[in-house]
Design a protein around this ligand. Structure first.
Ligand code: ATP
Length: 362
């Protein structure tokens, strides 16, 4: 079992809380991505799992072992960093073989392990080269290979793709997913890039200010954001919000704002302030509809249309002056700048947030 469990983990640097009372179970074989803006505590969390940082409070388990105070070398983990950290004076073969040599593994076995990893990563033809003779993408594969040959219980990766150019990043992203499908080893992966998180993670932890905001599958994070931060962090363009108020109760509730009203059923009792809410919706879930009075739609005026090949971003403004973006994939129906339009979102794609707590309440 290579489950990783963080139990009530807090990390203070002096008076500053880098990670606050974090509880998280990463199940065996999972690809768990820690994502959030700079300074949210994701690297600190990874370093605590690695043993490079000691938690101020709480315990860390790998499998059934409490590893909180174990040295990194005794945790059965392998790390891949952003800067690869290859040994410059060693050829690729020796970079890959190094940890096994140290551990006294037999020569024949080392050869086999290196060959297997090199074949898996497509670097078998590079074993005689020095790191300086490799491209960034190739160096990154060697760094991965060095982690793989150790056959650890857990891979810890800190922004391993961030030094690659955009095209190579997308390609390597897919290769990493494939690699994980083959090896089935638990991965904890840190990134600030929400696209990387959404495409790679079997589950995602969204963090902000040292606090876990939500843990879920990419679909859960995208479709049911726990709060406004998560809604606005994921998606491109992200979720947009309109301030307003709620009238009515349960099945007869309406969101009202800026001269329009939209039915928005609320389950259970309303415990939040109905006068201080926001409606959240994603640009790709909006459509234009015919401007009749009973549409339950948002009246807008189109300002700018960006046609980006297979899709268009229509920048509009509500009658109350709020900006609103509609993402269209049906390019037959693009409105033109200056046009008065109405915008509608299907009920299942509307989210209601309590402004006081920022939590999603319907
Ligand atoms: P980034 O994406 O920029 O790497 P991050 O989410 O990984 O950010 P951390 O590096 O974990 O964030 O840092 C969390 C907080 O802890 C930050 O406010 C940072 O300044 C602080 N911090 C991290 N390491 C130290 C340290 N060694 N000493 C003091 N403060 C630190």
């Amino acid at each position: 079992m290579a489950e990783v469990r963080l139990s009530n983990i807090t990390k203070m640097f002096g008076m500053q809380t880098a990670v606050a009372t974090m509880n998280l179970t990463i199940t065996d074989g999972e690809f768990m991505v820690l994502v959030g803006p700079s300074g949210c505590g994701k690297t600190t969390t990874l370093r605590m799992i690695a043993g490079l940082e000691e938690p101020t409070e709480g315990d860390i388990y790998i499998g059934t072992r409490n590893v909180t105070y174990l040295e990194p070398k005794d945790r059965d983990i392998a790390m891949v960093f952003q800067n690869y950290a290859l040994y410059p004076h060693m050829k690729v073969f020796d970079n890959l073989a190094y940890s096994m040599k140290l551990a006294g593994v037999a020569k024949q076995r080392i050869r086999e392990q290196v060959d297997t990893a090199a074949a898996l990563l497509g670097i078998a033809n590079l074993l005689d080269r020095y790191p300086r003779e490799l491209s960034g993408g190739q160096q990154q594969r060697v760094a991965l290979g060095r982690a793989i040959v150790r056959q650890p219980q857990v891979f810890l990766m800190d922004e391993p793709l961030s030094n690659l150019d955009a095209k190579l990043r997308v390609q390597t992203r897919a290769e990493l997913i494939k690699l994980h499908q083959q090896l089935k080893t638990t991965v904890v992966y840190v990134t600030h890039d929400q696209v990387e998180a959404m495409t790679m993670g079997t589950r995602i932890v969204v963090m902000k200010d040292g606090i876990v905001q939500q843990v879920g599958t990419p679909a859960e994070i995208y479709r049911q954001p726990a709060n406004m931060f998560v809604g606005a962090f994921v998606g491109s363009p992200p979720m947009q919000f309109l301030r307003g108020e709620l009238s009515g109760e349960q099945d007869d509730a309406f969101f009202k704002s800026e001269g329009f009203a939209i039915p928005l059923p609320v389950k259970g009792d309303i415990t939040f302030d109905k006068r201080n809410v926001s409606l959240g919706f994603r640009p790709e879930n909006l459509t234009f509809c015919i401007a009749t009075e009973n549409d339950w739609a948002i009246p807008c005026i189109v300002e700018v249309v960006e046609n980006i090949g297979g899709e268009a971003l229509v920048h509009a403004r509500t009658t109350g002056g709020s900006p609103l973006i509609v993402k269209l994939t049906d390019l037959e129906t693009i409105p033109t700048p200056g046009e008065q339009v109405k915008v509608r979102a299907a009920k299942g794609n509307l989210h209601l947030f309590d402004m006081a707590s920022t939590l999603c309440v319907a």
